[in-house]
Write a protein that binds this ligand. Structure first.
Ligand code: AMP
Ligand code: ZN
Length: 459
């Protein structure tokens, strides 16, 4: 069965279109990456997973060496400066540490590494070059150490977000500043105070605005015009609108990217995620202990893919538990089977604007088929391969360790470590006491020959 053409919903035209790359031998995609000042939250995980699935699909359709995926790292930003000062660390220390955890998180979520992960601070020269082009062509002006983009100079401004000027003014929460000619004009460059990160420029020592970073990094790594630009729906305005304004005016192009894709927002247990509501959850927390369980990246990913990327998603414990249970069954039934073929139905679902709920239905159908015909190794292999294609590593899910209400996996592990330490010190009374404590919690221990201890929930 030939693979159908890829169709994607293009925010520029508000329609689902057939994807036609500029050059099929070099398909180019840019996705706005994190600002590295704090742990990434589960909302941030959504674009990471969604665009990773798209990357995998593009590699399948066009060949692995014919797709270039760029996801940037924003390592210069006012939030970074403020957080570094608050914690008493240098900016470099903060961004290095945060980026390290971010890279671990995305790996754990089963995402392939993008081809390039450019850092904003390494692209200051390109930013200055674009700003100079914009000034020369009358689309930007320098005033009071700042450089601003002159929004009225671009008649098509607002094309992506399709907002009226009033809505844009409200949405941008514009700063009123004496050096601005128009309310909508936005900052390309601003002066840095003593102690703030800054670079020499024709307009004095300063630093870039956020939007110019993406125009510079996409230009350097993908060229003046490329195929796909992605990010969360909150970025449509003003961030992506401003990226388009900068790149199209600087390079005298009608489009920056041909297809603009945006994932919907994620909320937690029916409410907007926020620190003040206490429902804020980081990827790191999910992986290391949330509701008493260390959720494998494969489970988090499977849970995310249940909802189509353009729909809002409600992140619930119940869904995670169901996904953990389903993947654990898949693991039990497919363990040791040879790798088979990815289901063409699954690929077809993804070519339809990344219809991951349909892909999940196909995974469930393959599973039901295997359940009816359990001795069929080719069915097991196809199921494993189909999960793997979605970036779901079934082997991460340990059926002996399933989330159970009232269990606290990190606590159990720390009790086991304490017991191992007691045994090493030949404190048998303490070791037995801990074993009994765990038994009372319903946890059975097994001491292995290699000196490790594993555990199981007694059901
Ligand atoms: P930020 O670090 O806030 O710029 O976010 C990084 C990426 O995560 C962007 O693509 C955002 O659109 C996306 N994002 C942030 N919060 C959420 C959320 N609650 N749901 C879905 N995507 C989000
Ligand atoms: Zn961006």
């Amino acid at each position: 069965m030939p693979t159908p053409a890829l169709k994607i919903y293009n925010m520029l035209t508000r329609t689902k279109e057939e994807f036609r790359p500029i050059d099929p031998a070099n398909v180019r995609m840019y996705v706005c990456g994190p600002t590295v000042y704090d742990y990434a939250h589960i909302g941030n995980a959504r674009p990471l997973i969604v665009f990773d699935v798209l990357y995998r699909l593009l590699r399948r359709l066009y060949g692995e060496s014919h797709v270039k995926y760029v996801r940037n790292i924003t390592d210069v930003d006012d939030k970074i400066n403020a957080r570094a000062a608050e914690r008493g660390v240098t900016i470099r220390e903060l961004t290095e540490e945060t980026n390290k955890v971010f890279q671990e998180d995305v790996r754990a979520l089963g995402c392939l590494e993008p081809d390039v992960q450019p850092r904003a601070t390494e692209h200051i020269a390109q930013m200055i070059a674009i700003i100079e082009k914009l000034i020369a062509s009358g689309h930007a002006y320098a005033a009071d150490g700042h450089v601003l983009f002159d929004v009225p100079s671009m008649p098509s401004y607002g094309r992506l977000s399709r907002r009226s000027l009033d809505e844009m003014l409200a949405g941008a929460r514009v700063d009123v500043a004496p050096y601005k000619r128009g309310d909508m004009d936005f900052v390309l460059w601003k002066p840095s105070k003593e102690g703030e990160p800054g670079w020499e420029s024709p307009w004095g020592r300063g630093r870039p605005g956020w939007h110019i970073e993406c125009s510079a990094m996409s230009w350097k790594h993908l060229g003046e015009t490329f195929d796909i630009h992605g990010g969360g729906i909150d970025l449509v305005f003003p961030h992506h609108e401003n990226e388009i304004a900068q790149s199209c005016c600087a390079f005298e192009r009608d489009v920056m990217a041909n297809y603009w894709m945006h994932n919907g927002f994620l909320q937690v247990e029916g409410e907007k995620m926020s620190k003040s509501l206490g429902n804020f959850v980081t990827i790191h927390e999910l992986l290391t202990g949330w509701h008493g369980f260390r959720w494998p990246g494969a489970v988090i990913r499977f849970a995310m893919l249940q909802t189509h990327y353009r729909q809002p998603i409600d992140w619930t414990l119940k869904r995670l538990e169901e996904c953990a249970s389903r993947l654990s069954e898949v693991r039990q039934r497919t363990q040791g089977s040879p790798q088979g073929d990815v289901s063409p139905v699954l690929i077809e679902a993804l070519t339809e604007d990344l219809n991951t709920p349909e892909a999940v239905t196909e995974i469930n159908r393959l599973f039901d088929e295997l359940r009816r015909d359990p001795a069929n190794p080719s069915k097991a292999g196809d199921l494993r391969a189909s999960c793997a294609f979605l970036g779901i590593n079934i082997d991460e899910v340990d059926p002996r360790k399933m989330p159970v209400a009232g269990f606290d996996e990190p606590l159990i592990d720390s009790l086991i470590s304490a017991r191992l330490a007691a045994r090493a010190a030949k404190n048998w009374a303490e070791s037995d006491r801990i074993r009994d404590e765990l038994a009372a919690m319903g946890v059975a221990l097994k001491d292995n020959k290699d000196g490790t201890t594993t555990w199981e929930v007694k059901r």
